[in-house]
Design a protein around this ligand. Structure first.
Ligand code: HEM
Length: 416
């Protein structure tokens, strides 16, 4: 569909505030064929009802072999660097029955109980990071807080030894800085990460016989289903996708979430008062609302039509890529009352920030734990937190899949 008044997508201005463009698309071209910055053409689905249906449609495959142009072979779809590093066989690239098997295996190791037991460690990590800048009275919350927290958390969970975690921080830093840009450095980082993970898995497999290690990688190695184990390659791909899927997303939840609170002082005050009184109900609904209002995952990951189908009446051809725009669906006035208003106490909030259907975010309990802990600790320890620059000065990282702030300079009264 072409229309002279159609908004221009994927520019810097768009990344800073994509919501007016999404409102236009929802109204005038809810299933819109768009040329992406990579040159690949894809259908963008922006209405909530269509989005939810598409996310659960088994005719939309996650496997890039179904792409008509096979752009994946040229590195144009998928996670930067994953192809060269042979980490393709992960949950976000496969369909049932392989997906069912691998997801069941990882779910045995990555349980909500394991995450709940991890809560005190997340509190400790959060406090340690705030300690590192609290006396200065100013900080960049992305680099000093939102970025390291999920990396150290997932490294701890996986069982990466403390002395190796800064390597992960560097590799992940490379991936986040260049996610949508030059692929050479990203591919190198992914390669190093894979080599490290394979070696660690190998070592842990050897150690399993002697000790009952309780980390997630040991759990992955131990997990078996009807006599089937994960191969070392599958375990490495799984550890990689846990890192990849759980890292930049959480950075953006903390970054976008804190920014939204700073821009909505009344809502922030409500949450701050509630947290100060030791309540948790508003904190829980606040994180859900922040996921809806300005969620980390702007577009769900790639899907490809395996047969001709229709979405919202629009015919889609076999092999066509379909991108579900979660950020647009979550502002659909047909589903959410006052969708552009941040309402931390919102009750009816079935947002799509964690996706929907069989690929629904496996890490949602960990993401919620990290998001709630990070926001509560920031508001408690730095009660007069404020933006240190004008909002117009902030720059957004608008890769295709995720959207988040590059930096978030803040100031506060120095404490302790
Ligand atoms: C899948 C969002 C944090 C692991 C997904 C999907 C979304 C999402 C939207 C579905 C993608 C699709 O259907 O195309 C988020 C957000 C997070 C977050 C907003 C943080 C706020 C995490 C964390 C982990 C994680 C912390 C793990 C440590 C995964 C995995 C999948 C996934 C493994 C693939 C599941 C599957 O294909 O079966 N996530 N995620 N995520 N997420 Fe998350």
């Amino acid at each position: 569909m072409t229309d002279a008044s159609a908004p221009t997508l994927f520019t810097w201005e768009f990344a800073a505030d994509p919501y007016p463009a999404y409102a236009w698309l929802r109204e005038h071209a809810p299933v819109h064929r768009s040329t992406l910055p990579s040159g690949v053409e894809a259908w963008l689905v922006t209405r909530y009802a269509d989005a939810r249906q598409a996310l659960a449609d088994a005719r939309l495959s996650k496997n890039p072999v179904h792409h008509s142009e096979r752009a994946h072979a040229k590195g144009k779809v998928g996670i930067p660097g994953e192809r060269s590093a042979d980490l393709m066989t992960h949950l976000l690239n496969i369909d049932p029955p392989d997906h069912t098997r691998l997801r069941r295996l990882v779910s045995k190791a990555f349980t909500p109980r394991r995450v709940a037991e991890f809560a005190p460690r997340v509190v400790e990590l959060t406090d340690r990071l705030i300690d590192s800048f609290a006396s200065r009275g100013e900080a960049d919350l992305i680099h000093e807080f939102a970025f390291p927290l999920p990396i150290y958390a997932i490294c701890d969970l996986l069982g990466v030894p403390a002395e190796d975690q800064d390597d992960f921080r560097d590799w992940a830093g490379m991936m986040i800085r260049h996610g949508g840009g030059p692929r050479g450095g990203v591919a190198r980082s992914v390669k190093k990460m894979r080599a490290y993970l394979l070696e660690l898995i190998h070592r842990k497999r050897g150690a399993l016989r002697d000790e009952g290690a309780d980390d997630l990688i040991s759990g992955l190695i131990r997990a078996s289903d009807h006599g089937e184990h994960l191969t070392e390659n599958e375990a490495a791909a799984m550890a990689f996708i846990l890192l990849f899927a759980g890292f930049e997303t959480t950075v953006n939840l903390i970054g976008n979430g804190t920014y939204a609170l700073l821009r909505n002082p009344e809502q922030r005050r409500l949450l701050q008062d509630s947290v100060a009184q030791g309540e948790s109900a508003l904190l829980a609904s606040a994180v859900e609302e922040l996921l809806r209002y300005d969620g980390p995952v702007e577009l769900a990951t790639w899907r490809f039509a395996t047969e001709p189908l229709r979405i919202g009446g629009q015919p889609i051809g076999t092999g066509d890529p379909v991108l579900v725009v979660l950020a647009a669906a979550d502002r659909d006035p047909e589903r959410f009352a006052g969708p552009d208003t941040l309402d931390l106490a919102r009750r009816d909030n079935p947002h799509l920030g964690f996706g929907h259907g069989i690929h629904y975010c496996l890490g949602a309990p960990l993401a919620r734990l990290e998001g709630q802990t990070a926001l509560a600790t920031l508001l408690t320890r730095l009660p007069d937190l404020q933006l240190a620059v004008e909002p117009e000065e902030l720059r957004w990282r608008g890769g295709l899949i995720m959207r988040g702030l590059r930096t978030l300079p803040v100031s506060f009264t120095a404490v302790r």
